[in-house]
Ligand binder design. Structure first.
Ligand SMILES: NC(=O)c1ccc[n+]([C@@H]2O[C@H](COP(=O)([O-])OP(=O)(O)OC[C@H]3O[C@@H](n4cnc5c(N)ncnc54)[C@H](O)[C@@H]3O)[C@@H](O)[C@H]2O)c1
Ligand SMILES: O=C(O)[C@H](O)CO
Length: 384
């Protein structure tokens, strides 16, 4: 028997019961649901990561849809329970959905939503912040100041890496990887080398045009290269940022052998998913190579760090905050709620999940569509 959980209820007489496993930023998402006859139940349990058992208790006997989080294990058990409760939809409040067994959702005809189109720039900005923090040793220097150790300017004090004219490497040049690449190229005039399974045509065109603009203004043009192998990126780049999805092909993409081929003074940034890096191998590499630096937003076994990582001065670590700007987090909540609402109402799927603005405008009624359903085809949902 599942244990009871604490909840906050909005619009108790609503026809459709929608559960959110967490309180989410803003109130627009709640209003959009209650305006459409939904009773909204928000889990207020203090526990950060809910277990499958906790979520079973939240689903209960009647539940039309659930908005959930990337920390939850959405598989056979939860999708079968949601189906039994009459549920039609689940949406992650995240773009990544490696915590979801989409095959199990397909089996029960449950739509799985995610939230692209609102977090690309915010996430890329955090990856850029980590690149700067690691290359210019910002955290080490901050700690030094606060410890009262600064007793005057010195030629050797916290010497780091210059970015201008160096090479930025991007692994996974999708939405976020491409936005990050542009920031580093426009901001710091870095050259690009990238590796992806697909060609990043728009990014390539942008770098070509920007290089021509710089040349026309008498500056050194920037260049781009699509690498044939990931190893080429690791060997050549001075700063490498990881932005692939997490799946079987990207698990431990960065391992002991691949760390060994990187430059001794390279910067490695990860704002994708923790298991893309073999974190134990990374700790050893950081110990052996004090001038190699990392900026990490994600960890292999969150919320934990592998032993030794916290002791490494050449690591900047932040708690999975890459999408944490107010606009983005409120937008993610809105998109997740509208994914669930749209499926309950039988709306079609929005034609381009990356073009989310019409759903995010506070002053207008959002389109009658689900913003982004990853298994639309598999469960036979039609596009707008
Ligand atoms: N840290 C955070 O808070 C945060 C925020 C947003 C997204 N993310 C993560 O970032 C990921 C990427 O998001 P996105 O919106 O850019 O997704 P996206 O689908 O636009 O881009 C992912 C890219 O990875 C590429 N890829 C897939 N397998 C690969 C492989 N084996 N080698 C190289 N490239 C490969 C894809 O071809 C694609 O271009 C998400 O899946 C999520 O896990 C993390
Ligand atoms: O996948 C995502 O969206 C992030 O990890 C949280 O923003």
């Amino acid at each position: 028997m599942a244990k009871p959980v604490s909840i906050e209820v909005w619009n108790p007489n609503g026809k459709y019961r929608v559960v959110s496993t967490k309180s989410m930023p803003g109130t627009r998402w709640i209003r959009l649901l209650t305006d459409q006859d939904c009773r909204v139940e928000i889990c207020t349990d203090k526990k950060t990561i809910l277990s499958v058992e906790d979520i079973l208790a939240l689903i209960g006997d009647k539940c039309d849809g659930v908005i959930g989080q990337l920390t939850e294990d959405w598989g056979e058990v939860l999708f079968s329970a949601l189906k039994r409760a009459g549920g039609k939809a689940f949406s992650n409040m995240a773009v990544g959905y490696n915590n979801v067994d989409v095959g199990a959702a397909n089996k029960y005809g449950i739509a799985v939503g995610n939230t692209p189109g609102v977090l690309t720039e915010t996430t890329a900005e955090l990856a850029a912040s980590l690149s700067l923090a690691a290359s210019r040793r910002i955290v080490e220097a901050d700690q030094f100041m606060r410890a009262g150790l600064y007793d005057g300017w010195l030629p050797h004090l916290f010497v780091g890496n210059l970015l201008k004219g160096q090479t930025v490497g991007v692994i996974g040049a999708g939405r976020i990887g491409s936005a990050y690449a542009r920031m580093m190229i426009e901001g710091f005039k870095m050259n690009l080398i990238y590796y992806d399974l697909y060609q990043a045509t728009r990014l390539e065109k942008f770098v070509t045009a920007y290089g021509q603009f710089l040349k026309a203004n008498g500056e050194q043009p920037v260049t781009w290269k699509r690498a044939a192998t990931m190893e080429d990126v690791l060997r050549e780049a001075d700063v490498i940022s990881l932005h692939p999805v997490l799946d079987k092909t990207t698990y431990h993409l960065i391992n002991k052998e691949r760390l060994a081929i990187m430059k001794k003074e390279a910067i490695l940034v990860n704002a994708s998913r923790g298991p893309v890096i073999d974190e134990a191998a990374l700790v050893e590499h950081l110990k052996q190579n004090p001038m190699f630096r990392v900026g990490l937003d994600v960890f292999e076994e969150e919320p934990f760090m592998k032993p030794g990582l916290a002791d490494q001065e050449n690591a900047v670590v932040v708690p999975h905050i890459a999408s944490a700007s107010k606009w983005t987090r409120e937008g993610m909540a809105t998109l997740a709620a509208l994914n669930v609402l749209g499926k309950i109402k039988g709306y079609p799927i929005w034609s381009d999940p990356n073009r989310a603005e019409p759903f995010l405008n506070e002053n207008s009624v959002p389109p009658a569509a689900c913003p982004s359903i990853v298994n639309a085809k598999e469960i036979g949902l039609s596009k707008l």
